[in-house]
Design a protein around this ligand. Structure first.
Ligand code: ADP
Ligand code: MG
Length: 465
């Protein structure tokens, strides 16, 4: 506000109109209402007001400027900070993304690895089982499922000895696991495994342990190979070798006995003819000759039986085969005072069969029958003919077979006898031979004892279809 502003005035000029109240005094002067009869003017010196307004303006402007500057700074700083934060966020976002990607990659790798492990576990021909230190099944691979008949979901979390082992082996295993941290568990073991349908398999197990940091065993990894067939073959081979050895031995003994026997028989015949024997002595000599003949037959049978199997199907007389075997077993019948009851068919056609194998079948079943009788029993042999087959039934009044054993008697190595007496091979070999002849074998329990019934086709041929 300059000095010249001191002369600044605000002026108001207004016309003065004639109003009705003016007429009282001025009406006579010829005034009319609404005429303009002069003017009113007001002059207001503005200097002080302008100065005040200017000062006010300055104060406000300064205050606003300061406020603006302050606000601007804060905003500026804020935006800087925001920018920085955004940048940092973007950076950490990239890091995060990278991490996620890496994790994804690791996940895929892990997945690959685990599916690789799973397929190795599953395609391995071996049984692979992971068990925790208290015997619970953690893993059960496909081979385990195939061999045992149990599915992995069925068994996981269960104690494996509850259903995979026989009662004795189960007890043994529970002991092993109770002492697992004191060397209780064998690292290698051949054991029997019971399948869901109650069959036995022989498994060669190798165990590895997985230890916790404190050294205690956390898991056991058991890898097993099913060696049932191999073992069977091995035992059969052994059995066959044993038989062959016995065969050779008896053949050579037979040969050694045959010659002097022939000599003795000749001397006896000569005595009978030439010596002057009284009646009694004559009978003794005759008896001696007969006994010589019996030994001769026995030796012949022994030689026959131990000859390696011919594998040739020839017509054979079953009654004669049975008689031959009975001759071999005469001593056993006598020792146990067993009565033999023969129920032969009047006439039986010859059947086409491998002679020594059929004899072995008869011998196996008769041996079992004798072994089942403690003393004073009866063994009955019945033969008959049906349309195309002949049937041989051999029954005994022995111990009989309980229901549980009945399901297993044809399995190799199933025996209820001590290891010296039984190999558990007799009936499985018998079964194999009968099947090979196109026949069938059945067993049933009698009120007292057991009946084995064998049916063989006369033609010796397997029926097809
Ligand atoms: P092994 O005679 O060596 O035991 P087998 O295969 O001949 O083997 O017989 C298997 C099992 O079947 C025997 O251990 C026995 O328990 C049973 N068995 C077979 N025949 C008879 C029978 N006639 N009476 C009772 N049990 C029998
Ligand atoms: Mg036997």
């Amino acid at each position: 506000v300059g000095s010249k502003d001191k002369l600044t005035y605000l002026r108001l000029m207004q016309p003065l109109y004639v109003k009705p109240e003016c007429m009282k005094c001025h009406g006579h002067q010829g005034y009319k209402i609404g005429d303009i009869r002069g003017g009113v003017g007001i002059s207001l010196p503005m200097y002080d007001i302008l100065r005040h307004a200017y000062r006010q303006f300055k104060i406000h402007t300064t205050a606003f400027l300061i406020l603006w500057a302050l606000g601007g700074t804060v905003l500026f700083l804020g935006s800087k900070k925001l920018q920085k934060n955004t940048k940092e966020l973007a950076l950490s976002n990239i890091d995060l993304q990278r991490e996620v990607e890496e994790r994804k990659k690791a996940d895929i790798a892990l997945q690959k690895e685990s599916s690789f492990t799973a397929s190795v576990l599953n395609t391995a021909g071996a049984l692979i089982m992971v068990i925790d230190n208290t015997g619970h099944i953690i893993r059960f691979n496909q081979t385990c499922e195939q061999v045992t008949g149990y599915s992995a979901s069925e068994v996981s979390g269960q104690k494996f000895w509850k259903f995979l082992l026989s009662p004795e082996e189960s007890l043994q295993m529970q002991n092993s696991f109770a002492n697992i941290n004191h060397g209780g568990l064998a690292m290698k073991r051949i054991g029997r495994l019971i399948t869901k349908d109650n069959k036995r398999r022989i498994i060669d197990w190798a165990n590895t342990t997985f230890r916790a940091q404190d050294g205690s065993i956390e898991y056991v990894i058991s890898i097993g190979i099913d060696i049932t067939e191999e073992k069977q073959l091995q035992e059969q081979l052994l059995h066959a070798e044993k038989l062959a050895a016995i065969g050779k031995l008896s053949a050579s003994i037979a040969h050694e006995i045959n010659n002097p026997l022939f000599g003795i028989r000749n001397v006896l015949e000569r005595l009978k003819e030439k010596a002057d024997l009284d009646h009694d002595n004559m009978e003794f000599a005759e008896l001696a000759v007969q006994e010589c003949d019996r030994i001769k037959n026995l030796i012949k049978d022994l030689q026959d039986f131990n000859r390696p199997t011919s594998g040739m199907f020839v017509p054979i007389d079953l009654h004669q085969s049975i008689d031959n075997m009975l001759l071999l077993l005469r001593k056993e019948f006598e020792n146990k005072k067993i009565t033999l009851s023969l129920n032969y068919a009047k006439s039986l056609p010859r059947i086409n069969a491998i002679s020594d194998q059929i004899k072995q079948v008869i011998l196996n079943i008769l041996n079992n029958a004798i072994e089942a009788i403690e003393e004073f029993g009866i063994i009955t042999i019945t033969t008959r003919q049906t349309d195309e087959t002949v049937v041989i039934e051999i029954s005994d009044t022995g111990s009989g077979i309980d229901d549980e054993s009945m399901q297993h008697i044809f399995e190799p190595f199933f025996t209820t006898k001590t290891s010296v007496k039984g190999t558990g091979l007799g009936l499985s070999v018998t079964y194999g031979i009968v099947k090979n002849h196109g026949g069938s074998i059945a067993v049933s329990s009698l009120e007292k004892g057991t009946l084995f019934s064998i049916s063989l086709p006369i033609s010796g041929e397997k029926k097809h279809g």
